[in-house]
Design a protein around this ligand. Sequence first.
Ligand SMILES: *Cc1c(COP(=O)(O)O)cnc(C)c1O
Length: 368
Amino acid sequence: MHGMQARLISADHMGSFGVDEPIWQSPSGQLLNVDFEAAFPLKQIQNRPHSLWRYAEALPVKPLVSFDEGFTPMITERIQGKQVHIKLDFLFTTGSYKDRGATVLMSKASQLGIQQVVQDSSGNAGCAIAAYAAKAGIACRIFLPENTSASKVVQINAYGADVIKVPGSRENTAAAALNEAGHTYYASHCYNPWFLQGTKTWAYEVCEQLGWKAPNAVVLPCGNGTLVLGAYFGFMDLLKTGIISSVPRIVAVQAENCSPLWYNFNAIPGATLPAQTIAEGIAIATPVRGQQILDCVKQSGGLFLKVSEDEIKQSWKDMARRGFFIEPTSAAAIAGTAQYVSNCIDDVVVTVFTGSGLKSIETGLKTF
Ligand SMILES: *Cc1c(COP(=O)(O)O)cnc(C)c1O
């Protein structure tokens, strides 16, 4: 059994709150993290259904709102002449890995008796929260930047969410949602700590699929860092319980046109104003958990890479020609993988197809 009750801890370590409080930040406005001692009874896990909920003792929530999601296939492909493992996370119910976070967060919301949630997103997190809200019978309002891909807007509308389009930048959208979050539960993938309790299952699955071994490195797309942070937390859980003996290097990939964390990590001044990128899922100029992302990548011995629009497009086409129709944002991670494996001597590298190409029809029309 777990030795410790789960708690919510504020980022400055000054506040500690019970997990039955319906809060997504501390009363003084600090980010929260879930503190919880995960356990992995390997024999039992092995006999359970192939879903991310097979790691029950590592998840501080019951699966109240679930589509039996997760345990996505992990395949190998040759990139720059090197075999790389790729998790097929575009196969989730809503077409992106955001379902990992949504199933845990919305299960928590359901357990707390929450009737209404608000969220803001450049697309996929909105799709995931809207779908799980529909499943849970929870009312859902999603704020979107005006220029969000039509496919994602249609999908969110289809789930019955109340969609509000906000003119201007991604930051304007976040501000509008934050305002609403003053009186509604904020199901934010960036602020709400329960989301990251779901994305950490990516690391559990990777290690299990490698025979309970850690890879040398994982290459992940990074905007708000929900997969980067989740992966780091997940690998740390496995390290603390002695299942793996080291945490893989986390290689976080940003689009050159919007790469604030790359500049910060490398202590290079002059992060230019963000420009347009086809990798809309990681076009985040001011990531809410920026410092935490930088710390985790550093702790893992990892690094940041940035990829150009041409590299993203090339990887997008290259993967499509192999039968993988992914989002341009996912192609950014593959372009980063191509850079990384050209310069590393790692044996085992894992990356991910985060989202489906069906989400990016407008960009597809211009490309294919
Ligand atoms: C959200 C998303 C990402 C990146 O996630 P962050 O949490 O912003 O780092 C990558 N790919 C796709 C398809 C996404 O939807």
